[in-house]
Structure formats: structure tokens, C-alpha cells
Design a protein around this ligand. Structure first.
Ligand SMILES: [Zn+2]
Length: 188
């Protein structure tokens, strides 16, 4: 029901992306006077209570807002590796058989197995369906004879934010996409 409610792209004073904000949290930033600047094509009108003259308060929330203050997340760091972020990077496609699966049938595969010293990092993990993962076992793709159809990589912060929001708005996507390196033709 609320899945189509947009989120607000929260950036710092310099324009570096910080996180996604709910509309409600964004309203709080406006009310507290913390919004430094705003851009974006869309504005969401949030209506509040009526004053003694019967005038209803109204706040226009832009789709991208910059706020004052120090932000926890520093741009340029590698986003946390989670299964949901990994599956989103790989578009829910198993990088061995090339089919798309629901989350319940996907797993995190270590290209170089952890038992061989392969790290649990973006560069060494891919989305694999559970069938391919068990077929591959504790072997490298070469050893198992099942090549990868695309190479793993670590997304940057902007890319991770794009991947994390299924209801991303066009202007928000455009804003973040400028900070994503060209991946070329990733898929074979
Ligand atoms: Zn598969």
C-alpha cells in the first residue's frame, strides 16, 4: 500500500548523497529550518493543522534536499555488503545460469570460496541461484566449469542509493547517475 510512497533524496551541503528520507522526516527538516537548498522536478505538498484563522499549514518538500550538519555517511566509502544490495546489483539474476529468481531462491556466492581464502567483499561475491551455488560448491568458476556471465564489482555510494530505492524518481535517478562510473557493457 505504501510501497509507492516516494522517498526524498537527502544530500549534504556540498551535494553528496547521504541517504533516503521519508516524507515525514523531510518535513521535520523543513520545520526545523535545516534545509539549505533543494532541487528536483517534483515537490510534494504536505498539509498540516489549521491555525486559529482556519488556514491550513502547507509545506512543499522537494525531491532532493540538502540539510545542514555533519552526516554520518561519508561519500566515497564502499556501501555495506548485504544480500539485498548484492541481489539488486545483479538485478536478481544468477550470474551463473543467467536466470532471474525471487529473493527466496537466491544466495550469496563467493567466487573464490571462503574456504580458499576468498574474502566476503563486493569484488568476490555474486548473486547465484541456490541450485547453481550448490552445483559450484567450494570451487572457483573455472574449477566448477560454470563461468560467470558478468563480473562482480563494488558499487559506489550513489549507485547503492539507486539500487536501494525501487520507487526512485527520474530526477533523483539522474542526480545520482552522474556520480556513478561508467560500467561499460557488464553483461555478456
Ligand atoms: Zn543459477
Amino acid at each position: 500500500m505504501n510501497t509507492m510512497v516516494p522517498r526524498i533524496l537527502h544530500v549534504d551541503a556540498g551535494g553528496a548523497p547521504v541517504d533516503w528520507m521519508t516524507l515525514r522526516s523531510a518535513v521535520v527538516q523543513y520545520v526545523q529550518g535545516k534545509v539549505l537548498w533543494e532541487i528536483g522536478d517534483r515537490a510534494f505538498i504536505m498539509r498540516g493543522g489549521r491555525n486559529q484563522h482556519g488556514v491550513q499549514s502547507e509545506i512543499h518538500v522537494a525531491s532532493i534536499i540538502a540539510t545542514v550538519g555533519q552526516h554520518r555517511r561519508s561519500f566515497g566509502t564502499t556501501p555495506a555488503l548485504t544480500n539485498s544490495a548484492l541481489f539488486a546489483r545483479d538485478r536478481h539474476v544468477c550470474l551463473y545460469c543467467g536466470d532471474r529468481f525471487p529473493v527466496s531462491l537466491l544466495s550469496r556466492d563467493h567466487v573464490v570460496p571462503q574456504s580458499w581464502g576468498g574474502p566476503d567483499t563486493w569484488d568476490n561475491t555474486v548473486t547465484a541461484c541456490k541450485a547453481c551455488n550448490s552445483r559450484k560448491g567450494a570451487r572457483t568458476p573455472d574449477q566448477a566449469g560454470i563461468p560467470l556471465i558478468a563480473l562482480p564489482y563494488a558499487p559506489n555510494e550513489a549507485e547503492a542509493l539507486i539500487l536501494a530505492n525501487r520507487n526512485i524518481l527520474v530526477d533523483q535517478n539522474d542526480y545520482l547517475a552522474r556520480m556513478v562510473p561508467d560500467r561499460g557493457e557488464r553483461w555478456q
